[in-house]
Design a protein around this ligand. Structure first.
Ligand code: NDP
Length: 244
């Protein structure tokens, strides 16, 4: 489905991103992925997959200049970029009356500005190729909202408007842009939830279970392949039918 395509995934050292690296590698893609600080984990993934088609880069997605340099480095190493998956993200939850300016800024910079940074520089390469797929990882809370997550929900809702606009700008160059919006996925990000919070979420998930990183990765694989080539400007929720 993506044999020999060059795929750049931000935040591939852990969680959903690490599953994406594995799934794309299994399907024969050349995978460049980033991390912010987990060098050991990133190197372990490269060693585990044991392929010279996989490379990890330390790069802060929230930093405009680092994003530009990363795109140049990946093109230098792999020749081009066919698929960009903006997956890096963080949470800093708090009620609005307690939320600090730093908690707001950090989440918006890491989750939303990063998507601008990578897409702006990555789009140039894809427009030149007259081919490309950008997949931005949103969240169902960007659609429904969630108490205690005004910063996170705003960043994920912002990704939707950004992606729909990119789809309109780049469609004529055969560059597609979509959002994959995960629901409640079993990763370190969700590990800190209390039992009470978990059971509250399970009440509103018709499939009555959490999702896996692999299920998000599979959707990204589909969108990246020729099977998804007439899909752009869409938000695809992968959430077990969750309705908050
Ligand atoms: P994790 O916390 O498990 O992993 C986050 C990844 O992002 C890590 O690889 C981390 O690198 C990287 N990262 C964080 N900040 C930066 C940065 N500034 N620059 C580069 N890389 C960075 O998160 P998940 O796997 O759970 O989430 C992945 C995406 O899915 C996020 O966008 C998240 O918002 C979204 N999502 C997750 C849901 C869930 O239930 N888990 C639900 C809905 C959406 P490092 O290891 O170096 O810190």
């Amino acid at each position: 489905m993506v044999q020999d395509k060059v795929v750049l995934i931000t935040g591939g050292s852990r969680g959903i991103g690490a599953e994406m690296v594995r799934v794309f590698a299994e399907h024969g893609a050349k995978v460049a992925f980033t991390y912010r600080s987990s060098a050991e984990r990133a190197n372990a993934i490269v060693a585990d997959l044991g392929s010279d088609k996989i490379k990890a880069y330390q790069s802060d997605a929230a930093d405009f200049d680092q994003a530009k340099a990363l795109i140049e480095e990946v093109v230098n190493d792999f020749g081009t970029i066919n698929v960009l998956i903006n997956n890096a993200g963080i949470t800093k939850d708090n009620l609005i009356i307690r939320m600090s300016e730093e908690e707001w800024d950090k989440v918006i910079e890491t989750n939303l500005k990063s998507v601008f940074n990578l897409s702006k520089h990555g789009a140039r390469v894809m427009m030149r190729n007259r081919d490309g797929a950008i997949i931005n990882i949103g969240s169902v809370v960007g659609i429904f909202g969630n108490a205690g997550q005004t910063n996170y929900s705003a960043s994920k809702a912002g990704i939707i408007g950004f992606s729909k606009s990119m789809a309109k700008e780049l469609g004529s160059r055969n560059v597609r842009c979509n959002v994959v919006a995960p629901g409640f996925i079993e990763t370190e990000m969700t590990e800190s939830l209390t039992e009470e919070q978990r059971s509250k979420y399970l009440d509103v998930i018709p499939l009555k279970r959490l999702g896996s990183g692999r299920e998000i990765a599979d959707t990204c694989l589909f969108l990246s392949s020729s099977m998804g080539q007439y899909i752009t400007g869409q938000v695809i929720s992968v959430c077990g039918g969750m309705n908050m």
